[in-house]
Ligand binder design. Structure first.
Ligand code: NAP
Length: 279
C-alpha cells in the first residue's frame, strides 16, 4: 500500500524493547494502516542505517541503547529537549531533513501529571542519580518551573557536571548528604539503576521525607521497587515508572502516524502483563 506509514525502534540488542507492543497497540486500536518494527543495528552500522531511512520509506522511529548519543551527534536538526539532554530517542522527517528529539522529559512529566496532579508545586525535588535518565528528569523539572533541584549521586563529580550544565537552582551532592536534603523535600525521584531486578537495594530512605512528599521511581521492573514499597509503607504518595515509558511514546506516534494516541488503562495492563511474563 503506497501510503502505509512505517516506523521502527533501532537498538543493539533491541529484542527487549517494549516499543513495538506500545505502538502496535495504538495502530490496532485506531485502525491505522501502518507498521512499527524492531531493527537490530550494530554500533558501527548506525550512520549507514540513518542514511538509508528515507529511501526505505520510513516516517521515523525510536532510538535506544547504545545509539542515543551517537545519533544525537550525527543529526543537524534537534529539538530543545534533545539539546539539553544530549541524546536523541525519536526521529522524524521535516522539510526532507532527518530531525531528532528526546521525549523522555515529556514522558516523566506526563506520568506525574496523570498520577500526581499538582506535583510541580510540591516543593524542592531530590533527584537520585546523574546518568542519562537524570538529565531528562532535570530538564522536565526545570521546564515545569522547579526552583530547587538537588542532585545526589554516588559519584559526586557526575552530579556536579549536571549541576553546572543546568545552572541556577540545581545543586549537586554526594550520597552522604541525602538524609539532610530530604527533610523539606516535596518530590523524591530515583533515576539510579538501584532497585531494578538483579540490582536490589534502596537508593535512599524515604523515612526522612515530610508527609506531603511524592516519591517516584523511573525503574519499572519491578513495578513496585524497594523505594516505592518503603514510601508506600510510610503512607507517602507514590508513582511508578511505567507511565514514563508509555507517555514518552506519544509524541513519536503522533509525528509518524498523524494521530495523538492515548495512554489508557488497557495499554498499561497489556504492558504489565508482558513484564510479568518476561520476568
Ligand atoms: P546510567 O546513565 O548508566 O546512570 C546510572 C545511574 O545510576 C548513575 O547515576 C549511577 O551512579 C547510578 N547507580 C548505578 N548503580 C548504582 C548503585 N549500586 N548505587 C548507587 N548508584 C548507582 O543509566 P540511565 O540511562 O540514567 O538509566 C537509569 C535507570 O533508569 C535504568 O534502570 C533505566 O532502565 C531507567 N530508565 C527508565 C525510563 C522509563 O521510561 N521509565 C527511561 C530511561 C531510563 P554513578 O554515576 O556513581 O555510577
Amino acid at each position: 500500500m503506497a501510503d502505509r506509514k512505517k516506523a521502527f525502534v533501532v537498538g543493539h540488542p533491541v529484542a527487549h524493547s517494549r516499543s513495538p507492543k506500545i505502538h502496535g497497540h495504538w495502530l490496532n486500536s485506531y485502525g491505522i494502516a501502518g507498521s512499527y518494527e524492531a531493527i537490530d543495528v550494530a554500533p558501527g552500522d548506525i550512520s549507514a542505517f540513518l542514511s538509508s531511512l528515507a529511501g526505505n520509506g520510513f516516517s521515523g522511529g525510536n532510538v535506544t541503547i547504545p545509539h542515543k548519543e551517537v545519533v544525537f551527534a550525527a543529526l543537524g536538526r534537534r529539538d530543545e529537549a534533545a539539546e539539553q539532554i544530549g541524546a536523541v530517542n525519536t526521529l522524524w522527517f521535516e522539510d526532507g531533513f532527518l530531525c531528532g528529539g528526546n521525549t523522555d522529559a515529556h514522558g516523566f512529566a506526563a506520568n506525574l501529571d496523570e498520577h500526581a496532579p499538582g506535583w510541580a508545586g510540591n516543593g524542592p525535588a531530590v533527584v537520585l542519580g546523574a546518568g542519562g535518565a537524570a538529565r531528562a528528569v532535570i530538564h522536565a523539572l526545570k521546564e515545569r518551573g522547579l526552583k530547587d533541584i538537588r542532585i545526589v549521586n554516588r559519584t559526586v563529580a557526575r552530579a556536579r557536571e549536571l549541576g553546572d550544565q543546568f545552572g541556577a537552582g540545581v545543586s549537586a551532592h554526594g550520597a552522604d548528604a541525602t538524609a539532610a536534603l530530604l527533610g523539606d523535600a516535596g518530590l523524591l525521584i530515583n533515576t539510579t539503576a538501584l532497585g531494578m531486578h538483579g540490582n536490589e537495594g534502596l537508593p535512599a530512605d524515604p523515612a526522612g521525607l515530610p508527609a506531603h512528599a511524592i516519591v517516584t521511581d523511573i525503574v519499572y521492573v519491578p513495578l513496585e521497587t524497594p523505594l516505592l514499597a518503603a514510601a508506600r509503607q510510610r503512607g507517602l504518595k507514590t508513582v511508578d515508572g511505567l507511565g514514563m515509558l508509555l507517555h514518552q511514546a506519544v509524541p513519536g506516534f503522533e509525528r509518524w502516524f498523524g494521530r495523538r494516541p492515548e495512554v489508557t488503562p488497557e495499554l498499561r495492563a497489556m504492558i504489565v502483563a508482558d513484564l510479568e511474563t518476561s520476568h
